[in-house]
Design a protein around this ligand. Structure first.
Ligand code: AP5
Length: 218
């Protein structure tokens, strides 16, 4: 049976940071909906062009576009043993669509680590974030600085600040999260899949808690 894990949490909770570490430990591909949208934007595909306005405003891309993009990604051979999803689902409609999709792959969502971080910490984390252009590796100017300013430790590519990490867009993303994504906490709690993780700890402590919680579920 394939293993599917969904990382849940507000913007800046540390989903991408943890996914990059945990996907290697568990041997599951890291599927980030935000990274796929950004890749499409970079390549000027029709999906990227359609998503751009929503992303720039800090709003969610419409469900139909997002669901079909993820269905296509999960159908690829590297997901035969499962996947670690980061940023999807983000609405109850997406969560229901995911359940249907996984049934088709003879699987289900096994665990949903919810990385919990207080709202006031999120703004500081996002406005201080630096992201690698080549592969999306994530750094923070204070909490997780690169060895050499502006250069990715992992692949030497340039680090940049995301357009949607400007303070006003960050505030909108957090508002959208509480309105549209936070209901998934209850959705997955009812399903018995939710694992609450304290995301305010240092990165390595969050990883240790995450792996310990997952070990009981997958
Ligand atoms: P997306 O790219 O998914 O952004 P997000 O969910 O807002 O998440 P982030 O990437 O901002 O945060 P994160 O939790 O991954 O934190 P990170 O690890 O980087 O989505 C972008 C946009 O795409 C959306 O706004 C929407 O428009 C669209 N989209 C994507 N998915 C969609 C969907 N399903 N439906 C519709 N639209 C969709 O960490 C943040 C910073 O904190 C980093 O600098 C990091 O170094 C630092 N940090 C991490 N952990 C710690 C720690 N423990 N202590 C101190 N610092 C830490």
């Amino acid at each position: 049976m394939p293993t599917y894990i969904v990382l849940l949490g507000p913007p800046g909770a540390g989903k991408g940071t943890q996914a990059q570490i945990v996907s290697k430990t568990l041997g599951l591909p890291h599927i980030s909906s935000g990274d796929i949208f950004r890749e499409n934007l970079k390549n000027q595909t029709s999906l990227g062009v359609q998503a751009k306005g929503y992303m720039d405003r800090g709003e969610l891309v419409p469900d139909d576009l997002t669901i079909s993009m993820i269905r296509d990604r999960l159908s690829r051979p590297d997901c035969a043993s499962g996947a670690l999803l980061d940023g999807f689902p983000r609405t109850v409609e997406q969560a229901k669509a995911l359940a249907g999709m996984l049934e088709g792959f003879h699987g289900a969502v096994n665990a949903v680590p919810y990385i919990k971080v207080a709202e006031q910490v999120l703004i500081e984390r996002l406005t201080g974030r630096w992201t690698c252009r080549a592969q999306g590796h994530v750094f923070h100017e204070m909490h997780n600085p690169p060895k050499l300013a502006g250069v990715c430790d992992h692949d030497g590519s340039e680090l940049y600040q995301r357009e949607d990490d400007k303070a006003e867009t960050v505030i909108n993303r957090i508002t959208v999260y509480f309105a549209q994504t936070a209901p998934l906490i209850e959705f997955y709690q009812r399903g018995g899949q939710l694992l609450e993780i304290d995301g305010t700890q240092p990165i390595d402590r969050v990883t240790a808690d995450l792996l310990a919680a997952l070990a009981k579920k997958v």
